[in-house]
Ligand binder design. Structure first.
Ligand SMILES: C[S@@+](CC[C@H](N)C(=O)[O-])C[C@H]1O[C@@H](n2cnc3c(N)ncnc32)[C@H](O)[C@@H]1O
Length: 255
């Protein structure tokens, strides 16, 4: 898969960062020694961790060199690590593992979550937010356009993104380690128009689809996708469209 692009991702940074603010507010650790932001991206979530715990030793981990370059520029005082979290062995002394909008891309993320829980000391926390939008029109229409166009052969192998489990399954996965707090939030983001929804998705969910096409195919795919998005997200009273975005949050404490 092509690398993540920091430039595209930060176009909707305020909206993308809001779940991090709401997740970190629920982490019951006052004074952690080390905090790791897993899938730190361009450092937007890492900055939120820095604001909550100015004294902690802070690390950001990501598999994308482009994202890490943007993050290093933004937060020179943080140690950034290039690694795939599936194969990463956590360092000692971490009191908080934080991961916003990343584990949905990680094959076998349940085993990763268990490994992180085992690495925590008593009272340490794993805090995770993942989008729960695979059934939303944004994502259903990506799959429909992929399966219905002249490019359909290129999508014979399904796109690798993980389907998330039900909240009850994560509860059962994490509860043996200690207390678990799980909740679900649906955001409604007012955006300028259908083109803005497409622009948002180009920085995340659409990437693996566009990666399989050449320039002409990408252009045609996006035109078809945008027409379908415009029909699914009609203008509101102010002319803007509302992007409905469900997200799942989990805070697990090592007991
Ligand atoms: C949607 S961005 C989230 C960025 C940021 N945490 C935020 O709150 O907006 C997902 C990030 O996860 C990274 N990522 C995806 N798979 C990964 C993996 N297996 N290991 C480490 N990072 C990964 C991507 O490079 C990308 O920067």
């Amino acid at each position: 898969m092509a690398a993540w692009s920091a430039g595209q991702y930060v176009k909707f940074e305020d909206e993308r960062s809001r779940p991090s603010v709401e997740l970190v507010a629920r982490v019951p650790v006052a004074d952690p020694r080390r905090v790791v932001d897993i899938g730190c991206g361009p450092g937007n979530s890492t900055g939120i961790l820095r604001a909550r715990w100015p004294e902690a030793e802070l690390f950001g981990l990501d598999s994308s060199p482009d994202m890490l370059a943007a993050a290093r520029k933004r937060l020179p005082g943080v140690t950034f690590i290039e690694a795939d979290v599936s194969a990463w062995e956590p360092m000692a002394g971490v009191d908080v593992f934080f991961s916003n909008a990343t584990l949905q891309w990680v094959n076998g993320h349940q085993a990763v979550m268990q490994r992180l829980m085992r690495a925590l000391p008593k009272g340490g926390v794993l805090a995770v937010q993942v989008p729960d939008n695979q059934s939303e029109p944004t994502h259903a229409l990506m799959r429909d356009v992929a399966a219905g166009g002249p490019w359909r052969d290129k999508f014979a192998t399904p796109i690798a993104r993980q389907v998330m489990d039900a909240p009850s399954a994560y509860y059962d996965l994490l509860r043996p380690f200690g207390p678990v707090d799980i909740w679900h939030t649906i955001y409604y983001h007012p955006l300028a128009d259908a083109a803005a929804i497409v622009e948002w998705l180009k920085g995340s969910g659409l990437r693996p689809f566009l990666d399989r096409l050449d320039d002409a195919g990408r252009k045609a795919f996006l035109a078809e996708y945008q027409a379908r998005i415009a029909a699914a997200y009609p203008p509101q009273v102010d002319g803007r469209v509302l992007l409905r975005f469900p997200r799942l949050f989990m805070v697990a404490v090592r007991g």
